[in-house]
Structures are given as structure tokens and as C-alpha cells.
Design a protein around this ligand. Sequence first.
Ligand code: M6R
Length: 595
Amino acid sequence: MCGIVGYIGERQARPILLNCLARLEYRGYDSCGIAVAGGNLQVHKDAVRVEALKEQLPRRLEGKIGIGHTRWATHGEPSKVNAHPHGDCTGKIAVVHNGVIHNYQQLRQKLIKEGHTFTSATDTEVIPHLVEKHFDGDLEKAVAKALAEMEGSYAIAVLMDGKAELIAARKDSPLIIGIGDGENLIASDVPAVLDYTSRVIYLEDDDIAVITGEGVRVKKNGETVDRKPQRVTWSVEDAQKGGYEHFMLKEIHEQPKVIRDTIRANLYTDETAADRDISEKVGAGEILMLACGTSYHAAMVGKYVLEQLFKVPVRTELASEFGYSGQTSSQTQAIVITQSGETADALKAIKRLRSEGCPVTVITNVVSSSATRIADHVVYTMAGPEISVAATKSYTAQLMALYWMSLFSARIDLRRKDSLIMELRQLPGKVQRVLDDEETIAQHAAQIAKHDNVFFIGRGINYPVALEGALKLKEISYIHAEGYAAGELKHGPFALLNGKAPVVAIVAPDNNYEAMLTNIKEVKARSSPVLALVEEGDEVVAEVADSVIVVPKVDPLFSPVVNAVVLQLLAYYAAKERGCPIDFPRNLAKSVTVE
Ligand code: M6R
């Protein structure tokens, strides 16, 4: 969602801020802006992309200190006036903010009575006015006093004309400081600073940092705290397109490596703390898995995997719905899956679980993300930075984490366990074979792209894959797509089968095979075209379906990996055919930090 950047050092801030903002574009935004201080404070912002803002900037915009922002509208429409940075009445203070100030209406009314004037509809604008109100020469203290009046979540960067420092603070919204040589940066996300440094400080809740070109001082509740810089392993190349037309395509192609990296990382550790904890505790109770979007689909696959391998009941719930129901007991062991580790609904669910005494294991891709700070255990996925809004390699990495987690403590016959581990090692090669078939999949996608409605069906462990295939297609190609458990079609959706809406059927050679075959025949009887995903060697389905995409032979337990890769490519090429902005679909954000 919104992105924050800041720079202070020896170089001109403008190009660095714009470059950092461009690196944050993947988070999704509708407007952007920068403020640069150099003699006077200049703010430039608009409801445009970063590239367009760059064109709008005046030739002379000099200064070695500045802040910038990409905004994803929550309070007030996307517009020039609502874009960040926001300022105070004196025109000397500029603030960029991620998060939501819950009591902004009250603060705003109070400030108006005190003579402040507001120009935007945002909650953020109260912050510079509060800082102005409390400023008596010490910017850090003024910010601390302003924060004390605010309720809600925030990550902020504050700049004041005439001050050779930036102030950064966070609460329930991520913020990092990039440590450079004679320069320092602020960002809401690591990829923003990778061009300049790989050493970062992860700020914690209630931290207030004073940043100069020479150093960083952090205080929490008035006391100085030592926040050590950490070296990030993600490289600049990881966060760039590397010759691919889109990040999504690059990330789809990285999946064999992601699987290999997970296997390598787990090969030498027979158990992680999280594995141990789960295997010790689940015997007595149940596993509850929570997540949103694609991560939820990974959790749904995880349910089948854990139930088969652990032989314990597993429940999945949407994290966004968990607040309204969902029972836990003292024997509930929770697993929350979140790529970003910042999804507001996932964080809320973790907090509730912890307050009810349930141990929570978080599976996430982002080191030191908010979810990692409030969980009991953390399992990191090996996906590397995922820039495209559409999740692809992070889904596969989540499945890999779940496979390893359950395989090590599996309560199954030893021979079956060994054969699964062996199969898992062959999975990168199998996924590579799917990728090698890209052209064929692109041809099928060109057909799909002609339609406005598409159905995806699957059964058992491939039912969540049908949901994921539909989600991928709709989010990047804007084609209306629905995923169904194949047996459910005749309970309503059949009414929509008019011969025009194609049905993509995922057929695995498991105990659902015959039922899937019947479902395909039922669809064909209603004249709808069927594209089936079938395992190599299957000649039966090809006789019934209109066309097939052949996937390599894998154990049915791993079929959600190869099948999902096919559906990712199908969605990608359908979106490309339709000329959609694949990496940054409209209205969507990479990390959804509001409920
Ligand atoms: O970061 P998270 O895994 O918590 O994000 C959850 C969803 O917002 C996310 O999976 C979303 O559905 C995907 N970007 C869709 O491709």
C-alpha cells in the first residue's frame, strides 16, 4: 500500500527519492510526491505515477534532505491535494505517513479551533499541524508530543526546513532505516533502499529516530535504545526485472530456484523450533490456519497436507473473518501465513490468538516484518522479494514450508515418507518442465482472453488451486473468474454455463479422478468449452475435454505446485493479451495494511 522514503546525506535528494519511490511502486499506489529542503522547503505531488511526477518537477529542485511517498487512498480520493507530503500552516514542515489515525476528526476540529487551516481530506494532515503546535525549537520533542495525541497506526517521516535531520517513527506499520556511507535513508520497505545500502535498522513499535547524514539515534518511551543494523541478503537484482518483461513473469520463473532454496535450507536442519512445537502439541488438539488471499489458498492446500501427514484435524479460516467468529481452545495450535507479514487482518488475528493463549507460528517471507514480532515462532519462506502484486513464488514457497514442516514430523509409513522427500527433491525439475511449456500455455491463454467469464474447478487438494487460478486471472486480466469445488457447480453455477464461459478443470490422478471426469462430462453436456490440466500419460480426459495442458507426473500431494504454476502462466498471458498493467493491477496493493 502506501510507501515512504527519505534521504539525508551529501548527495542531491531528488533523484534518490524518485528512484526509491520507483522501487516501491509494486506496493500499489494512486498518487505520489516528494518534499526537498535546501534553502526553502519545496513540495511537489500529484495523482500520477512516479515517472510522470519526475517530468513535472521544476529544473531547480535542490537539497540534500528530503522525503517522499506513494499513496494508496483511504481517507479522501486520489488527488493532488490529498497526496503526501502534507504540510503545516507555516510551510516549513512536511510529513509522509502510512497507516490510519483513528482520532483524526477530533484532532482536526481541535486544531481548527486553535487557528490551523486544512486543505486535504486526509487523516495525515493533522500530523504536521500537531508538530507545528508543539514545536519550540526541538523537532524530535515536537514529533513525540504529536504522536502522543494520536490514536491508530503510523509510520512517518518528518522534515523541517532549516533542520539538518529527519525524524522517523513507527507504530503498527513497518519502517526501516538504510545505513549508508555518509548518508542515511528511510523506507517503508527494504527494496526501496537496496540501490544504496544493504544495512538496515528495523524500527520497532513506538521508536522515534533522529536521522542525520552521519548517524541514527533511536528512542523508545524517552529512553535511548540500541537498534543494531542488520545485513539484508536480498540483492538489487532480486528486486529488479532481470530482462523479463514483468516482475510477475520473472517471479513465476524463479519458482524452481525457490523450491531448491527451501530444500537446501531445510536439508541440514532436521527440525526447526516451529516444527518441534507443532509436532509436540498437535497430538492433543487441532491446527488452525489463518491467512488472506493467495496465502489463504496456500493454507487450504496446507490443510490437506497436514491432515494427510500429521493425521490431525486442521481448520482454515480467512484472517479477515476470524474476528467475527472462530473458536479456539487451549489445545489450538495456530499457523498464520502472510507473505508480507504486514497484512492488517493477519496481524489482528495473531493478536487475538495470542490473547486467547494459542501459540502462533507465522510463515512469512519478510524478515522482521510486523507479524514476526508478535508470533511465538517464525518460519521464513525462501522466495526473495516478491514485487508483482500478484503472488506467485511466495505461494510456492509457502507450500514448500508447509511440506517440510509436515514431512519432518509426519506420522506416516517410513517408506512413504522417504518417497515423498525424494519426490520433493525432483519438484524443481518438474516445475521447470511446466515453464518450458510456456508457449503452449500462452496459446491457451490467448483463447481464455477472449472471454469475460471463466470458471475454474478442482476437487480435494486441487480445489484451493481452482480458487487460486480464478484469483490470479481476475486480479491481473480483469476477466471475471470464479473458482469452485467441482462438485458444487451443479448446486447453482450451472445456471451460468451458456456455452460461452470456458471451464478450466484441474484433474489430478488421485481419488477424485473419476468424479472430476464426471464433472467435466456434465459441463460438456451444457456446451461449455473445457480446458483440462492433466497429468502426462492421461489419455482419457483428452477425449472428453476440448483441450488439455499436460503437466509432469508428481505425487498428488505436490500437484498444487505444478498446477498453480500453469494457472499463473495462463493468467499472465491472458492479461498480456488484454494489454493489462500486469505488475500493478488497478485498485490493488501488494501489502494490505488496512482492515
Ligand atoms: O502478504 P499476505 O500474504 O498476507 O497477503 C495476502 C493477500 O493480500 C495476497 O495473498 C493477495 O491475495 C495476493 N497479492 C494476490 O495475488
